[in-house]
Design a protein around this ligand. Structure first.
Ligand SMILES: [Zn+2]
Length: 231
């Protein structure tokens, strides 16, 4: 992952610990690729348009060729960051028809926020100028299912996999109060809680909503549709 080496090269240090100082931002702006000019609403509309075409089997033609690759060799200006599940069926670039340099993605099973993904997201917003963060849960998520099993039956996955499950437990407990299908309610609640945590974090809250939107969304494995839940 180039973020860490790039951060090291730029001397950015702990991005989650403090907002980027102007000098640091200036270093990031040395990129030969401009930051996106999209507003948060435009970025969301672009994601949803790409997803609608994915659903309709008429996918966008993302730029992934050598010309685009050369353009991006000197930097990046993604228009959105996506917190996704590591599940092989939920690749954000595919769901949204995005090409090289368009999406900054942080993926772990269960689409939770780790300290490292938080730092990465702060970098994508503050240094790279992404105006949108989407936390994308998905139907029948195995990690969320494991959290449901843990909460309802006490079933534990072998080490080290509980570290994937534990951050989802508060979402399951909240979902138990909602009624309906516990797994799907937990998927949605998990995305909402992760998005809320980002929105309220010191690294982001001053930017919301004029310069940044943080939305929670759910991906349907059956029909391919991404639905925005809130934000
Ligand atoms: Zn999943």
């Amino acid at each position: 992952m180039s973020v860490l080496s790039r951060r090291a090269a730029l001397g950015l240090g702990c991005l989650a610990c403090s907002p980027l100082l102007p000098g640091r931002a200036a270093r990031a702006s040395e990129s030969t690729v401009p930051k996106t000019s999209m507003t948060p609403d435009q970025a969301l509309a672009r994601l949803l348009e790409g997803n609608a075409r994915f659903v309709a089997d008429n996918p966008m033609a993302p730029a992934i060729g050598s010309g685009r690759r050369h353009e991006l060799a000197g930097g990046q200006g993604p228009f959105a960051a996506v917190v996704g599940c590591a599940d092989s069926r939920t690749t954000p670039e595919s769901l949204f028809g995005a090409g090289l340099g368009e999406l900054f993605t942080a993926r772990v099973a269960g689409n939770t926020i780790t300290p490292q993904s938080l730092a990465s997201l702060a970098y994508s917003v503050q240094a790279l100028g992404a105006p949108l963060v989407m936390v994308l849960g998905h139907e029948r998520c195995g990690a969320v299912g494991a959290a449901v099993e843990f909460v309802t039956k006490g079933t534990r996955l072998p080490d080290p996999m509980m570290a994937m499950v534990e951050p989802i437990v508060p979402a399951v407990r909240a979902a138990q109060k909602l009624g309906g299908d516990l797994l799907d309610q937990s998927v949605q609640e998990n995305a909402r809680l992760m998005a809320k945590g980002l929105r309220e974090h010191a690294a982001f809250r001053a930017l919301v909503p004029s310069k940044l939107r943080v939305v929670a969304a759910r991906y349907d494995l059956d029909d391919g549709k991404v639905t925005v839940l809130e934000g």
